[in-house]
Design a binder for this molecule. Structure first.
Ligand SMILES: [Fe+2]
Length: 190
């Protein structure tokens, strides 16, 4: 199935807060670069649409882990946090985070693209990606506390900033963190 079809069907899992989610996704899709941004500057899925593809991969993997380990967790919560955990990578509505690099004259001459496809914009005030995700989502959508925790700490203890959540993780965070790692380091490397 095409990415857009997979994405649309995952969005359909949000039923309890359907109207709020539709309003949020209208903002996300039409006012940010979410649908076109890459997932990174030079690593996984560093191409147009990479962020969307990564978000879909994380959501599908998270639903599989949920089904095996924690069917009591709602699919709706999984869809919300998985599809939007990296929304911060879209930057702000008028200032995308990832800017395409241009090939050098020599690369152009030989028909090559730039060696590093994107760079990070210097026009954004620093916020970590998960914090920017929360900054963009929270005013527009009634997240539960567990969903907010999962989004903010989704890198787990890979990141020094996250030491404070150690031993206080809720199951939703573990599912998201593992699905995110699996997607980056296994699914997207295949
Ligand atoms: Fe991610």
């Amino acid at each position: 199935m095409e990415i857009r079809e997979r994405y649309e069907s995952l969005k359909g899992l949000v039923t309890q807060r359907k109207a709020e989610f539709a309003a949020l996704m209208d903002f996300v899709e039409n006012e940010t670069s979410y649908l076109t941004a890459p997932a990174s500057t030079r690593f996984h899925l560093c191409r147009e649409g990479g962020l969307l593809e990564h978000s879909v991969n994380v959501c599908e993997n998270m639903l599989k882990i949920r089904a095996a380990l924690a069917p009591e967790i709602s699919e709706e919560s999984c869809a919300v946090v998985a599809l939007l955990h990296d929304l911060g990578k879209a930057g702000m509505p008028d200032r995308p985070m990832y800017i395409p690099n241009q090939p050098t004259a020599k690369q152009k001459q030989y028909g090559y693209g730039p060696s590093v496809p994107y760079h990070t914009s210097d026009k954004l005030t620093y916020l970590s990606v998960p914090v920017r995700s929360l900054y963009l989502i929270a005013p527009r959508f009634p997240l539960t506390e567990e969903e907010a925790q999962a989004i903010v700490y989704h890198d787990g203890q890979y990141v020094d900033d996250n030491r404070s959540v150690a031993t206080k993780e809720c199951p939703l965070l573990f599912l998201l963190q593992y699905a995110d790692s699996w997607s980056c380091f296994v699914t997207e490397r295949r």
